[in-house]
Design a protein around this ligand. Structure first.
Ligand code: LRH
Ligand code: MN
Length: 431
């Protein structure tokens, strides 16, 4: 497998930090052993953990107000894959890449698949896009796509999703994520039930085009770009549609797509209970769909989400395998640094949730001992598992300090040399 950053440089970086890591790891191991927890079990679980990176996240993001491009922006999907390869090389936690079409369109998907495999990467769910009009597009999505009043517009949107499935098959993907911005800005602008009926009739046609071993992820979002009514606004609507469409339809939870203070971990527990939890778009937010780095605002919520996932895995066993993906916009940081540290924060929440003493928790819950129940969760959340995450990386061939190693590598400066900015060309796609 070819690496982007020289193996010597990573080994040199790790050699400087190894003694400190070994000391921290031994101390943590001793502390966990006194709790009856085997640190080696957690490190092995961390090594198996994987979260996919969004191809649209390696370019600098922006807002409707402005985008301030960074140096060495990827100019096409192949350069995006190089950046994704660096993220996985140093974290050893992001072997999957989630593509977005047509932002990642290529005339040579086979070459793209070969490039990915040469870096030990695979393609997770592909994302369709009927929330923007493309140059030369016959029917505009201004008034909706899969729910559009105009049948030809719906047919165009349906065909795009089917084209995404075909492209995904060539790339080895096994799932299609469908997020639409369809909705209304005024009461009365459209018939609320009629819009959902049109959505379901469109999605039935896309569902029928799914290969037998594929899944379809329905992604709900409370608002934006619609600001009065969004057709797939919440988990309830998404769940009802997934139930209606069939076994291969599941619900995708983007952490930024809920009203402030929504109990997202409870939504996760519900969807898992009813067998419709398809996957996640991890990010963080304080107000709206801010797409900030995972764990950067509310790391306890991220832990509580993984606590529900650990409970579901204990109940449903190996069959319970939701898709973990990041979906972020990096407006003021180096996207590679943000994606590496975000992947580590999601992995951290996963490992912390593995440490919850579920036997003790059940005893406290059945005894209605609210305080001890809460403290049992907090004990796991308060445990600093950084040494486990770093040991998992170094044992898998990654960097003890991914951001430190990345900065020392000079990769961004080299990219800036190799990728002279093209005025007006966006690396990521969103803006
Ligand atoms: C919508 C969304 C969706 C994507 C887009 C990039 O807000 O979360 O997942 O397609 O961001
Ligand atoms: Mn999303």
């Amino acid at each position: 497998m070819s690496t982007i950053i020289s193996g010597e440089r990573v080994a040199e970086h790790n050699a400087q930090l190894r003694a400190g890591l070994d000391a921290d790891y031994e101390a943590l191991g001793g502390m966990l052993a006194r709790r009856g927890i085997d640190i080696e079990h957690l490190t092995a679980a961390a090594q198996d953990f994987a979260v996919a990176v969004p191809s649209w996240g390696v370019g600098t993001g922006g807002t409707r107000f402005a985008r301030f491009p960074g140096r060495g922006e990827p100019r096409n999907v192949f350069e995006k894959m190089d950046d994704c390869a660096v993220i996985h090389q140093l974290t050893q936690a992001t072997p999957g890449v989630s593509l977005h079409f047509p932002w990642d369109r290529t005339d040579d998907p086979k070459a793209l698949r070969q490039q990915a495999e040469s870096h030990g990467l695979y393609f997770d769910a592909v994302n369709s896009n009927t929330f923007q009009d493309q140059p030369g597009q016959q029917h505009s999505y201004k008034y909706g796509s899969l729910t559009a009043q105009n049948a030809a517009t719906r047919a165009q949107a349906i065909q795009h999703n089917i084209d995404c499935i075909e492209l995904g098959r060539t790339l080895g993907s096994k799932a299609l994520t469908v997020w639409i911005g369809d909705g209304a800005n005024f009461p009365g602008q459209h018939n609320l039930r009629g819009a959902l009926e049109r959505y379901l009739s469109s999605m039935r046609e896309i569902y029928a085009a799914l290969p037998a071993d594929w899944l379809m992820f329905i992604e709900h979002k409370l608002f934006e770009p619609a600001f009065y009514a969004t057709t797939i606004a919440d988990w309830g609507t998404s769940f009802a549609c997934a139930q209606t469409l069939g076994e291969k339809a599941r619900c995708l939870v983007d952490l930024g797509h809920h009203a402030p203070n929504t109990n997202i971990e409870m939504i996760v527990a519900r969807l898992a209970q009813f067998g419709k939890l398809g996957g996640f778009h991890f990010n963080d937010s304080k107000y709206g769909d801010d797409d900030l780095d995972s764990g950067s605002i509310n790391p306890f919520q991220l832990f509580l989400v993984f606590n529900e996932l650990a409970d579901a895995a204990q109940r449903d066993g190996a069959a319970f395998k939701p898709a973990y993906m990041l979906d972020q916009s990096h407006n003021v940081t180096d996207p590679i640094e943000s994606l590496m540290s975000s992947a580590v924060e999601v992995q951290r929440a996963f490992v912390q949730a593995q440490m919850v003493d579920r036997v003790a928790l059940r005893v406290h819950q059945e005894a209605n001992d609210a305080l001890q129940s809460a403290q049992t969760l907090k004990q796991a959340y308060r445990t600093d598992v950084s040494a486990i995450l770093a040991m998992a990386r170094v044992r898998s061939g990654g960097a003890i300090d991914p951001v430190g190693c990345y900065r020392a590598s000079g990769y961004r400066a080299q990219a800036a040399e190799a990728r002279p900015a093209k005025a007006g060309v966006s690396g990521s796609g969103i803006v």
